[in-house]
Design a protein around this ligand. Structure first.
Ligand SMILES: Cc1ncc(COP(=O)(O)O)c(C=O)c1O
Length: 394
């Protein structure tokens, strides 16, 4: 079979070396029967060491891990879960799966992650959990959120799907809440095609999540084989995919360095252009720059969809900054306020003008320069610029 060459600069994508090919080869040749969990166990142990968490549960996706985290925390009908209005829909979908109510909260202007002040405003007697999201590799400012959550008895789920390898005050992403989750889908920093991981120190959460991840079976014993204690899910992951993720995870530092390098190229190429805000790098956190994103000042007059169309003709795959969840038809049943724009002003102001720049791990400097040249040329089309946002320097 002839494989067509890729003509477009991709939005995201993996960096595959012989190490990945070797391990997947090993898994396909020998990761069966008694060795069916060989690479899964090795990856689980590696993530356990990395996060220093007592329990790690591999799952078929990051979405499944969030679902299991909510179930493990006994969240269900009548409960409210606060979630940032700007995130991928998968952060919130499991709230619906368990029959709880998502409550959409504003984001911080610089980090684009959950705003502590908005979080506090949305708390009611029914609030049982908050899902914080490290958006595009930016780290959430967890300290103020944690102190509010502790005071009000609210559990924290950290959606670290986009931030594996990031740090907050020296603590790894995924370990900042009561339960953390990672994703290994094909666009992430550490990829497996699909896959996820739940991490926690809470034995009860882990045991319940583990049981529900495999059709409600407690464990394989002679007495309990195929014995379901309750109705669960098939959220198990494959050893084959775990082998790919393991090889990638062993290269975590190298992959992080590549993301940082690409961000540096973008920053240098866009430096001095007013009104472009790139990913934040606060003093107390390490950004992974999983996706380099840019908020283009509205004064330029270019909305994200217009830029995407324009860039498509240049063979560049731009992606839109996430839409506010509360603005999409899927989430309408949960929108309480008639004026979400007023309730979550930052989310609604930033989203129309946010773009995700091509950030595949293997992107070259020439490609970054080409993307930035296209952006500069495009923005010059409308010269009446009134800059309000300064370029963020990491
Ligand atoms: C912020 C966020 N949360 C959750 C998920 C869900 O992960 P997965 O695609 O592995 O289900 C993703 C990945 O797409 C994500 O980006």
């Amino acid at each position: 079979m002839k494989i067509k060459p890729i003509k477009t600069i991709p939005s995201a994508g993996p960096d595959i070396t012989e190490a990945e090919i070797k391990l997947v080869n090993q898994a396909i040749r020998s990761g069966w029967y008694e060795r069916r969990n060989l690479h899964l166990d090795l990856l689980t142990a590696a993530i356990q060491r990395h996060t220093d968490k007592r329990y790690c549960l591999p799952t078929s996706s990051g979405t499944a891990a969030i679902h299991l985290a909510l179930l493990g925390l006994n969240i269900g009908p009548g409960d409210e879960v606060i979630v940032p209005d700007i995130t991928w829909t998968a952060s919130a979908a499991p709230i619906h799966y368990v029959g709880a109510t998502p409550v959409f909260c504003d984001i911080d202007e610089r980090s684009w992650c959950l705003s502590p002040a908005s979080f506090e405003e949305r708390i009611t007697k029914k609030t049982k959990a908050v899902i914080v999201v490290n958006l595009y590799g930016n780290m959430v400012d967890i300290e103020p959120i944690r102190s509010i959550a502790r005071r009000r008895g609210i559990a924290i789920i950290e959606d670290a799907a986009e931030s594996i390898g990031g740090e907050y005050r020296g603590r790894p992403a995924g370990t900042l809440g009561d339960v953390g989750i990672f994703s290994f889908n094909a666009t992430k920093l550490v990829i497996a095609g699909q896959g996820g991981m739940l991490v926690t120190d809470n034995k009860k959460v882990y045991e319940r999540a583990k049981k529900l991840a495999h059709h409600g079976m407690r464990k394989y014993t002679i007495e309990a084989t195929f014995w379901s204690e309750e109705i669960g899910f098939n959220y198990q992951w494959t050893n084959l995919q775990a082998a790919l993720a393991l090889a990638q995870f062993r290269r975590l530092r190298e992959l992080l360095a590549k993301k940082k390098r690409a961000f540096g190229w973008y920053r240098a190429a866009l430096e001095g252009i007013p009104g472009i805000q790139l990913n934040d790098q606060p003093r107390n956190a390490t950004n992974t720059y999983w996706i380099v994103s840019a908020i283009i000042d509205s004064a330029y007059g270019w909305k994200k969809e217009q830029l995407m169309k324009k860039f498509r003709s240049c063979h560049i795959d731009l992606r839109p900054f996430f839409y506010p969840l509360s603005s999409m038809p899927a989430w309408k049943p949960y929108v309480r306020s008639k004026n979400m724009r007023q309730q979550n002003p930052v989310a609604y102001r930033i989203s129309p003008y946010g773009i995700c720049l091509p950030s595949a791990t293997g992107i070259t400097k020439a490609e970054v320069d080409y993307v930035c040249d296209c952006l500069k040329k495009t923005l010059r089309v409308k010269p009446t610029l009134c800059p309000v946002v300064k370029l963020q320097m990491g």
